[in-house]
Ligand binder design. Structure first.
Ligand code: FE2
Length: 313
């Protein structure tokens, strides 16, 4: 069966009110120069307390509502068919302009297809167009301040939001994310992607916080992830991983609401969640849409023509 019916979602039940604003950053040009310099030197920038705990709670609540509304019947088959990898590829490759749910590898009983634990504790991530299809995630993504960060710190002139992901890092089963560079997955010519990553819960070394290798972005992006031609699916070019030295990796143990900006070539990763607590995060990736930069047709993430990437205000 096909897996195409994930765009219809109910109206939001939560509203972001005055208690849920983002932190108002100063206009002081010297502070912004410092942000820019840190991003350029380290390859990332941490802004503590960017969202209030109330905002984080509202977003977690919104995601929980989406999970409850989601029609599971159409999607359980994704992981119960014999052609699992092909179907998964189609489901993944078609998610660029939809809200789709990606389960942890062991979410379903192989015999019955039933959930092995509560569905909210079985999801790995939700992607990749929450920011354009869900009013709450749209509202918190398209803000002038995020636009200013993309321009003044990320160096973009026409910042287009390419994707969003809600990441769960489930208690005890939340797997690691291997070392990578975001420019591998959201490739533009020349490279431009800037990652915005928000902790929605406190992040520690035991619940699988983000790790970054300061300065690693200076080596450039070493490989690309792209769609294969006729045979379908995806591939890394070159096939081998970067072989980066992770010796200098630093754990970014940040509180809920903190924002981390990530350079396209920064080597970053996260470890397993060994704790009894989840570690939710929300991320968006922004690419340059101005003249002289192209977004290749063989990038894994594509949009329908009627749903192009939108610019940050
Ligand atoms: Fe990443």
């Amino acid at each position: 069966m096909t897996t195409t019916s994930t765009t219809a979602i109910a109206p939001p039940t939560l509203a972001l009110d005055n208690g849920n604003k983002e932190l108002q950053l100063t206009d002081d040009p010297e502070v912004w120069e410092d942000y820019r310099r840190r991003f350029e030197t380290e390859g990332y920038l941490v802004l503590e307390g960017y969202w209030s705990r109330a905002t984080c709670a509202a977003l977690r609540g919104r995601m929980n509502a989406l999970i409850q509304e989601f029609d599971l019947a159409a999607h359980r088959s994704v992981f119960s068919t014999d052609e699992q990898s092909r179907t998964s590829d189609d489901y993944f490759l078609g998610s660029g302009d939809k809200i789709r749910f990606f389960w942890e590898a062991d979410a379903f009983d192989k015999e019955t297809g039933a959930f092995r634990q509560p569905r909210a504790a079985s999801i790995n991530k939700v992607g990749h167009a929450l920011h354009d299809l869900d009013p709450i995630f749209q509202q918190i993504t398209y803000t002038p301040q995020i636009g200013k960060l993309a321009r003044a710190v990320g160096g973009l002139s026409v910042p287009l939001v390419a994707q969003s992901m809600y990441i769960f890092k489930q208690p005890r089963i939340g797997g690691k994310v291997g070392a990578h560079q975001d420019g591998t997955f959201l490739y533009t010519e020349p490279q431009s992607v800037v990652g915005f990553w928000w902790a929605l819960e406190d992040c520690t070394m035991t619940n699988g916080c983000l790790w970054a290798v300061p300065g690693s972005h200076k080596g450039g992006v070493t490989r690309r992830f792209r769609r294969r031609g006729e045979e379908g699916g995806t591939e890394f070019v070159p096939a081998a991983a970067g072989g980066w030295d992770l010796e200098g990796g630093l754990p970014l143990e940040v509180k809920a609401g903190s924002l981390v900006l990530l350079h396209h070539a920064l080597v970053h990763y996260s470890l397993e969640n060994l704790s009894a607590a989840s570690r939710h995060a929300f991320s968006v990736h922004v690419v340059e849409g101005g003249e002289g930069t192209s977004y290749p047709e063989d990038n894994w993430l594509q949009r329908a023509p009627e749903m192009p990437f939108q610019m940050l205000p």
